[in-house]
Write a protein that binds this ligand. Structure first.
Ligand SMILES: Nc1ncnc2c1ncn2[C@@H]1O[C@H](COP(=O)(O)OP(=O)(O)O)[C@@H](O)[C@H]1O
Ligand SMILES: [Mg+2]
Length: 417
């Protein structure tokens, strides 16, 4: 009786909830999801298994270090994760205690953060204060000894760690066992980097250590992407929702042999978005036009950059937001550091955040530059001395602004006003 005169919101909610969905599992297309299989990465998984086989055949005999390189979306992260998941599982069945740790260096940028993160993921209790990095590291090694455990630690986006934490920090990690006399070596590493040139700032011995075992992931071709999309679509959508023709269209758009980036992340993002668009239009199948719209709504560069800023401190993001807003508003190719600071302060006020100081702001800007998110250079000496000029070379900026803005609001845990 009460519902005779249903409020319109009630109707809307009911209709939305009762609408049939084309997704069997939408989450399986999100970036965090780790699939069961990796078509076209069998060779690389095999190479990883043979690199770490000694953990089972002669545990502790040496500490392995493998470097995985490849451009964005070639499957570096997922290959390491799938290997880690399945290798430790297989070892466990055979009665070996091997742990896998995956650390994203955009999130953990300092040696201190990386070491505490290793301890956290291995569930090793460390006193919360008072220990130096070296002492913490020794505590981790000691704990592994006591519990007779071996570990494979992946440092993802390692080039970023190298540029921010510096070569001493890299040396500390890469050459873990050089200075200690351990008869059983329990820590092993996978380093993931965009390319090897980013590691050249290291001293040559450390660099050659890293380059000794290298697995290179090539951008995916159109036919490889087709197989990947076919597999991922079969998990994400009900049968009959996506035809091969649709998958081939996306694969051809992104395939490296067709002039695309060979980036599986981009291809999957387009598929997910096309599914969302089809669903919002009430279609019962994904059509080419949904894919075209999805392609319009994605930008290669923004997808590539979006991973670099996913874990940025929130004030770094607010500064980035200020830069984008200024570039859009002024229509100029670059903006000055001073202008950015002012805009940043305004945004902080809107967000109810306490602005950071000048030196911290400068450091964040340099971090964004190192991550390839912005360009920053010093102007020639003008009337008022030097200043830093900041620009962004990709776009579209309105899409990028929306992306950054959403990320900030999500991070601050408040809804948009
Ligand atoms: N061979 C593959 N099979 C299935 N999915 C893949 C494959 N390679 C990459 N992906 C998916 O593509 C996306 C990008 O892969 P990712 O490992 O994040 O790339 P990278 O770390 O090289 O930038 C992820 O969603 C991942 O699950
Ligand atoms: Mg990655």
């Amino acid at each position: 009786m009460i519902y005779d005169d249903k409020p319109s919101t009630w109707k809307i909610i009911e209709e939305e909830l009762n609408k049939p969905t084309i997704f069997k599992s939408r989450e399986s297309l999100t970036p965090e999801y780790i699939p069961d299989n990796l078509p076209h990465r069998e060779k690389e998984i095999k190479a990883l298994v043979s690199a770490f086989k000694h953990l089972i055949t002669s545990p502790g005999s040496f500490s392995q270090r493998v470097l995985i390189v490849g451009s964005v979306g070639t499957g570096k992260t997922v290959t390491a994760r799938v290997f880690g998941r399945d290798f430790t599982r297989a070892a466990k069945i055979k009665g070996y205690n091997i742990r896998y740790v995956h650390i994203n260096c955009h999130r953990n940028r300092t040696l201190y953060n990386v070491v505490t993160e290793i301890a956290r993921q291995l569930e090793i209790p460390l006193p919360s204060r008072g220990l130096s990095v070296k002492e913490m590291y020794d505590a981790i090694l000691g704990y592994l000894d006591e519990s007779d455990t071996y570990a494979i630690v992946t440092l993802d986006e390692f080039h970023y760690f190298a540029s921010i934490a510096g070569s001493d920090a890299v040396y500390f990690i890469v050459r873990t066992y050089d200075d200690i006399n351990a008869s059983i070596k329990r820590l092993n590493f996978i380093f993931i980097s965009l390319d090897t040139s980013k590691l050249s700032l290291l001293d040559s011995t450390t660099e050659s250590y890293l380059l000794r075992h290298m697995i290179k992931l090539k951008p995916y071709t159109s036919s490889e992407l087709f197989d990947i999309l076919k597999y991922r679509a079969s998990q994400a959508f009900y049968e009959g929702i996506v035809d091969d023709e649709i998958l081939r269209f996306i694969a051809d758009y992104e395939g490296s042999d067709r002039g695309g980036g060979g980036n599986a992340r981009h291809a999957i993002e387009i598929l997910l978005l096309a599914g969302d668009i089809a669903e919002s239009e009430g279609a019962d199948k994904i059509q080419l036009d949904h894919v075209r719209k999805a392609i319009m709504k994605t930008s290669r560069e923004i997808i590539n950059i979006s991973e670099s800023i996913l874990y940025s401190p929130v004030h770094e993001l607010i500064i980035l937001w200020a830069i984008i807003r200024l570039l859009r508003r002024t229509g100029r190719p670059f903006v000055k550091m001073g202008e950015v600071e002012k805009e940043y302060e305004v945004l902080c006020e809107v967000l109810g955040e306490q602005p950071r100081r000048h030196t911290q702001i400068y450091e964040y800007i340099m971090n964004l530059k190192k991550a390839g998110v912005i360009d920053a250079r010093t102007s020639g000496k003008g009337l008022r001395g030097r200043t830093t000029l900041i620009s962004i070379h990709y776009g579209p900026l309105d899409l990028f602004e929306k992306h950054v803005e959403d990320l900030i609001y999500r991070r601050l845990g408040v809804s948009k006003r």
